[in-house]
Design a protein around this ligand. Sequence first.
Ligand SMILES: Nc1ncnc2c1ncn2[C@@H]1O[C@H](COP(=O)(O)OP(=O)(O)OP(=O)(O)O)[C@@H](O)[C@H]1O
Length: 247
Amino acid sequence: MLATRALTWRIGEVAIVDGVDLDLAPGEFLGVIGPNGAGKTSLFNLVSGLRRPTAGQVLLNGTDISALPPYRRARLGLGRTFQASSVFGSLSVRENVRLAVQAHRGGSMRLWRRAAADREVVAAADAALDRVGLAHRAEALAGTLAHGEKRKLEIALLLAGEPTVMLLDEPMAGVSAEDVPELVGVIRSLTGDSGRAVLMVEHHMDVILGLADRIAVMHHGALLACDVPETVMANPVVQEAYLGESL
Ligand SMILES: Nc1ncnc2c1ncn2[C@@H]1O[C@H](COP(=O)(O)OP(=O)(O)OP(=O)(O)O)[C@@H](O)[C@H]1O
């Protein structure tokens, strides 16, 4: 579904991402971990299109998308969580998702089509909010949401684009411990149906272990291991890489 081939991003002589080969199967949940500065975010930026690789490729369903900007990749089904800054705080939660659905579907200028289309857009927005457990907050101003709710809204905005591959960049960031299990449940449900695949960078090991089918470990820009959680955790090379860091 999603693949990287010898994916590399150099700044001068330094390889920030160094020849990474990854494969993500339909319906698969792949977690990316690694010590601070390992290149996880940079890898994400290359996959989503925020950065262009200096060598290697990103493939989506066999098509080389390495040169496409993020919005073209999103249209092909590769969606990345919106950063909090893309949420309009003074609009309601529902309006935010409605705008994302509209942006994804494109508008029809025909008046007779518009009313029906508007109803469909609102229904799609409400369905996305329902999926992430935010339906009861649809009328609230997005700016008033708690951290955990904001993360859910970001996932709903992503769902509005109907992605087949979802990239989640540290979805637990800033979420209080008591809200983590519910958010984990929402994220787990993303791969449950429709063959949608998820690639997630997350610092919390317990979260990754509870969600991922396989775990990719990055170290100094390279892929150290990529396997099922038990095998990765038992790998002495991985344990060595994390020496001095909490696994
Ligand atoms: N634009 C840039 N210019 C120079 N160096 C960069 C740039 N972006 C990233 N780096 C460097 O590349 C390395 C990898 O950074 P990256 O943010 O991808 O790692 P990470 O694994 O996501 O780290 P963390 O877990 O701390 O978020 C770091 O040493 C960082 O300083």
